[in-house]
Ligand binder design. Structure first.
Ligand SMILES: Nc1ncnc2c1ncn2[C@@H]1O[C@H](COP(=O)(O)OP(=O)(O)O)[C@@H](O)[C@H]1O
Ligand SMILES: N[C@@H](CCC(=O)OP(=O)(O)O)C(=O)O
Length: 375
């Protein structure tokens, strides 16, 4: 068949993400046949010399049946308990399914919080690359049992896009229970399939708000956001139905193809912008906003006029202008309680009055990302 998407057909390293509804039954059990069918495709690509990182949702959904639950619980602790049961079952199933091809798998569980901390982030990257070098298929999911609301990715679509960036993947394939992105709810007759998204203009007027499956979390909103993150980092992205996985990987014209729109930014900066929420806010004067946004400088105590929230040194915080808009995010060097004494002071004054350990920036420019557009 004519290959319309050579970037997919020729991609060496591919992140494939499958949603809960594609891997589990409505009764809250693993759908073994579907898993085997998908593994057939992934193993085939691996055997042909490709590298696959598989982001698998479904831990919570697969844990429902064993707990006698029929729908996703609202309580976070029960969701986490379900995930801890379901994750083990899922990985056991993947292990035996990939074994049919003599391929091993490695489980990688990540939280958003892990990923912004330099050491953890570097370790996750090294582990994933080592698993690929060793010829295995990493199976990634959010570490649901330890992720609290504040440090959750919340949806695996975004996680998959960030992992694609982390491993410098050539392509990202998002597999769902819908065959493509539509102009609106696919159940409505007036909704039209979108085959290519080349820029934001192609998304104008597209309605992604209607809820997804009972077991999935994000619906289409998070898939489009994931595609934005990935394509903005130069990763070719396809969204389609799990049953079309083989065609999508072969570059056939299925689903929706999101064309790359940007260059790769530094991985940590991408994490900081997309994987985190600020644990507090620093209010900056106009000069500091200019220094950070336009001149890409570090944030010094002299430019801070206010501090909100209860954060610790090392946490991500939002940097806001006097109008309250968030212009940047960064990893702060001080606890929230220390900052009022430093605000408005020059670093020289701080060193003289408080000691040389205070002669440092509040956020170093290597730990800062300017948010574009401001939020
Ligand atoms: N514009 C749209 N185009 C396609 N699907 C949409 C759109 N808006 C909402 N949806 C819904 O999003 C669902 C997919 O989301 P979800 O159930 O969370 O998937 P997954 O479990 O695969 O992550 C589709 O089944 C569909 O009903
Ligand atoms: N970590 C969760 C993932 C939840 C999630 O993003 O689900 P989905 O919208 O089906 O991709 C789980 O494994 O259940």
């Amino acid at each position: 068949m004519h290959t319309l998407r050579p970037a997919l057909a020729g991609a060496r390293r591919i992140v494939v993400k499958a949603g809960s509804s594609s891997l589990t039954t409505p009764q809250g059990a693993i759908d073994g046949d579907r898993i085997d069918a998908l593994v057939d495709v992934l193993a085939g690509r691996r055997k042909a010399g490709g590298e696959i990182v598989f982001v698998s949702s479904g831990a919570i959904a697969a844990g429902l049946g064993p707990l006698g639950l029929t729908r996703r619980p609202k309580d976070l602790a029960i969701q986490q308990a379900a995930a801890s049961i379901g994750q083990g079952l899922l990985v056991a199933r993947y292990t035996s399914s990939f074994q049919r091809y003599g391929l091993g798998v490695g489980q990688v569980l990540l939280t958003a919080d892990d990923m912004i901390r330099r050491a953890h982030h570097n370790n996750a990257q090294r582990t994933l690359l080592a698993l690929l070098r060793l010829g295995t298929v990493p199976i990634v999911n959010e570490n649901d049992t330890v992720a609290t609301d504040e440090i959750r990715f919340g949806d695996n679509d975004r996680l998959a896009a960030l992992v694609a960036h982390l491993v410098r993947a050539d392509a990202l394939v998002l597999l769902s229970d819908v065959d493509a992105l539509y102009t609106g709810d696919p159940r409505l007759p007036e909704s039209r399939k979108i085959s290519d998204v080349r820029s934001e203009a192609d998304l104008a007027g597209v309605r992604t708000g209607s809820a997804g499956s009972k077991v999935g979390t994000g619906g289409m909103v998070t898939k489009v956001e994931a595609a934005r993150i990935a394509t903005g980092a130069g990763v070719h992205t396809v969204l389609t139905d799990v049953s079309a996985a083989e065609q999508a990987l072969a570059g056939e014209p299925v689903g929706t193809y999101f064309h790359p729109s940007g260059q790769r930014p530094s991985t940590r900066h991408l994490w900081l912008a997309h994987a985190t929420t600020g644990q507090g806010r620093l209010i900056l004067d106009e000069g500091a906003v200019h220094a950070i946004v336009t001149r890409r400088k570090s944030l010094l105590p002299a430019g801070v006029t206010g501090v909100h929230g209860d954060f610790a040194a090392g946490d991500p915080v939002d940097l806001c202008g006097q109008d309250g808009r968030t212009v940047a995010r960064g990893l702060v060097h001080y606890d929230a309680s220390e900052i009022p004494d430093l605000m408005g002071r020059s670093t020289r004054w701080l060193a003289r009055e408080l000691g040389p350990e205070y002669e440092r920036e509040i956020i170093h420019r290597d730990d800062l990302v300017v948010l574009d557009p401001p939020r």
